[in-house]
Design a protein around this ligand. Structure first.
Ligand SMILES: [Zn+2]
Length: 84
């Protein structure tokens, strides 16, 4: 499931501060359970939902087979001078 812009539920405010979370993955069951009219964009300074975090990590660790930028291994060619 793709990563989406962060949002949080209005009723997070009813939880203790350290338990409040935001979501940013469209596959997150908790995030999906939040009704659209109860969502607000942004993180509100909350911690990320564990479920969302794991999903994002699974996707970024890459089963897509596409190499990420910067992972190219430089080829080293030995060029020995020829004498004679
Ligand atoms: Zn979530």
């Amino acid at each position: 499931m793709p990563e989406i812009p962060e949002f949080f539920a209005l009723n997070e405010i009813t939880k203790p501060r350290e338990k409040r979370v935001y979501h940013n993955n469209s596959g997150c069951p908790a995030g999906k359970g939040i009704r659209v009219k109860e969502r607000r964009a942004g993180t509100c300074g909350y911690g990320i939902c564990e479920d969302c975090r794991e999903r994002n990590e699974q996707e970024s660790s890459g089963s897509s087979g596409q190499p990420r930028l910067g992972t190219r291994v430089p080829k080293r060619r030995l060029t020995l001078p020829h004498f004679g």
